[in-house]
Design a protein around this ligand. Sequence first.
Ligand code: ZN
Length: 578
Amino acid sequence: MAPSNGPPTARSDALSEVLLMLKTIQDDNAHLTESVDALRDRVEVLGFHNDLNQQIPKQPAIVAASQAEPTSLLVTPTVASLSKDVADEATKSPTQDPQRKPSTTGTSRIILTTYPSQSGIDPITMNWGHSDPHQRGPVVVSRRQNTLRRRNAIGAHGGSYSIYHALAVASKDLDAEHRPDFTNTEPAAKIGPFPQWADKKKIVSMDPLGHLAPWLFEDLMQNEDIDIRPTIAITKAHMKLPELERSVQAGRLVPDGKICLNDEGELAVTKIAVEPVWYLPGVAERFGIDEGSLRRSLFENTGGSYPELITRGDIKLFLPPIGGLTVYCFGDPAKMSDPNVKLALRVHDECNGSDVFGSDICTCRPYLIFGVEEAVKEAQNGGSGVVIYFRKEGRALGEVTKYLVYNARKRGSDRASEYFKRTENIAGVKDMRFQALMPDILHWLGISKIDRMLSMSNMKHDAIVEQGIPIHERVPIPDELIPEDSRVEIDAKIHAGYFTTGKVPDMDDLSNVHGRAWDDVDLESRYTSILTVFKACSIVSMELDVEDDLGLMARFGKMETRQILAEFDYRKCMTLGS
Ligand SMILES: [Zn+2]
């Protein structure tokens, strides 16, 4: 409809009036919605603080589950709840409603959140830090039919893999009610128990009973059909790293048939995988914040994924969707906690680009390999050697941020003096690894002192020492293991406080430490393009004008030039030509 340019008629006057009224109603509506939202926010915040003030619900503790009648665990709050029907829904079994279509989540209605006072909500008692496992209780987080009401943790098993689990259920590749068969999955080595396990200030980010859960709480699983899963698994394996074969050749590592198995540098190792389980009051305390702020931030910054962080102040555990860690223990695992033998330890944070794919922009893989080698030597000397690998890619900023920083560095002057600033400009912080929770695993392993700490990080050092674990010696990465292009990183870190036995560079020194720019990659492209011309035109002698090479690249394409580079030696080709 084209707008009319003429004077308004009576009809269009009426139309304008109607439009005006509509606009007023719309505005009023928007106002109303805003007011309701504001009101609801306040109610939620109030409710949240009330929840936080509540103590752990006064329920009978879980005595040895076999002695307790299942009903003795049930406490039914009488307060009618806003979403009683939701709770009722949760307690109904599908057989009660033959009309209902089977759903992948066990109930046809979506349960957005739960409240502590809600009918049917009856969490299994969790006394975090209690020394008696049955008094402490299992970590229960599953939303399976018979477990939903009994949960005492928010989140899901599997850390970041919980999302793949969701996909598997959604695509019907996995039955949501599947029960794991734990036959023969028991730990392959005995760890603990240690007094640290019963100190709720010492372990706040993993479940000290996580490797034993299905066996400790077998009765509860069988009698009440509660879904309880391990969050720690312990196995034994061999491992082979090409650098360690060279260590054997160089005589640094001597095969003993027990820890270093042969001339190829093959190692025997005990491996422990750990998924995060956060005790929220303890995590908050480590960071010097209040539990409410922590819960609110976790809720807001996960896109509102876990409303129970807000509505269930009575639930103190959260299984966050993040990566866990792996312990690599060389030698007898019992020696890790033996104060009479030496312990060498490397705490390593994931760097996929270097650790797996050999990038030379940082010292990660060389330091990791050095850590493994030193750990093996310590174990061979009658002590213990441990490497702990944390999934905290790119200082826990992730690879996307990391690569953006690389680009910014390589397109700038890539000086050590600018190193942290480049990260900070993009991510807002220079590091998000927050080592405050890292020492939990050391407490869990029963480690009470570290003789040789294979790390230069002041953050890791301080976090460990603050947790009451002394470090007797700090061992920096040997200079000869530092790749040329990673000087920028290591010098910037030393300047910022990383440990060194050498000189601490000042800002002047740092501005003289450059990384490799991208020119060399471009240079390589130039050579390959020349070779392409040689091959394509069968010319063995010609005057080369390097300025033309970019044009030649465009002519012959990158893939082919790469291939040719692999097949020919540019210099040989030049000699042939002259
Ligand atoms: Zn790295």
